[in-house]
Design a protein around this ligand. Sequence first.
Ligand code: SF4
Ligand code: SF4
Length: 336
Amino acid sequence: MNMSEGVMLQVIEYIVNDDSFMVHVQFFGGEPLIRWEQLQEFVIIAKEKAKIKEKNIQFGMTTNGTLLDEKKLTWLKENNISFLLSHDGIQKAHDHFRKYANGRGSFDDIDLALISKYFPDIQIRPTITPETIEFFADSVRFFARFGFRNIATEPAYEKSVNWKETDFQKLAKVYEELASMYAKAKLQGEKPFIFKFIEDARRGIRNQKMNIKPAGFLCGIGKNSYGIDAMGRIYPCQRYASNLDPRTVIGDVWNGIEKDKLENFWWKIKRENMKSFANCKECKVAFACFGGCNACNYEEYGDPLQIHENFCEYLRVAIPIGVKALKATKEVENGD
Ligand code: SF4
Ligand code: SF4
C-alpha cells in the first residue's frame, strides 16, 4: 500500500514530536525500495525536522535486496541507513519460496558481493522451513563467503508450517553444525558468527544467574516500538501494522496513541499471563523462552499469548545446542 504525501508528512510530525530523545525509524513493506524516492524524501525531511527539535533520529529498513544497486547503496551508506536483508541462502533454498509472480526465483537479482562491499555487518534474515532446513548450514557458509556472519536463526513456526519430528531432527543436526562453526570462529579469533539461538541461550543463562525471570516479549512491542501503516494508523509493532487488522489499531498519527488501547494490549503481553500455560512450569528451556513472536501468536490464534507447539519444540531443540556452543567456547562454565 502506498503512503500519500500528506500522511507521510504527518508521520514525520508525529515521530519528531514524541517525548523520546531518540527515535529509530524502520522502513518495511512489501518492499520499501519500490518507493525509493519517497523513502529518500522521508529521510531528508525527517532529519531536518529532528535537527530543529534536537532529536536523535536513525533509520533502517528490511529489504529483499533485489532493487539494491551501487547508487542506492552509496546513498544509504552516506545517510547511515543500515538494513536487514531477507535472503534464504543458496539458490536451491532461496528460490524455493522467493519467486516473482512469473515463477522465476529472485536469487540471481541479489548482488551479495556488492551489498557486502558497503554493508558487511548487516543481519541476514532467512526463512527456515521444513522444505529448506537441509540446506541451511550450506546457506550459512554461503553467506560467510561474502563476510556476512550475523544470521537470524528463527524458523517459521506458524501452525500452517508442517514441522514433523524428522524435520526437527534435521534442524538439530544443522544447528550442531552451526554451533561448531560458531565455536571454531570464536576459538580461532576469526570474525565471530552471531546466531540468534546462541544469543537466546546466552541471555537465558544470564537471566537465570541473576535470578531474573523473563518479563515479557524481547522485542519491545508495545513498550518502545510501534508500527505505523500507510494510512497513518498506529499498531503495537510492524507485523501488526502489516496485517492491517482494525482490532489491533492503538491510535493514529493525528491523535496519538489511545492510552486505554495500549494498556489493554500491554496487560495481555505481561509474562505472568504466560505462566498459566500448563507446560511452562516443567519446561527445561523456560529460562530462555520469551514467548516467541507476539504478533505471530495473535495471527495464528487471535491471542498474543497462545504459543504454537512448533515454537516450543523448536526451542527445546535449539537452546541446549546454544548452551553447548557457549560451553565449548568457555563463555559459560560447565556448571551453568
Ligand atoms: S518453550 Fe513453550 S513450554 Fe517452554 S516455557 Fe516457552 S512457551 Fe512454555
Ligand atoms: S511481536 Fe513479533 S513482529 Fe512484532 S516486534 Fe515482536 S518479534 Fe517483531
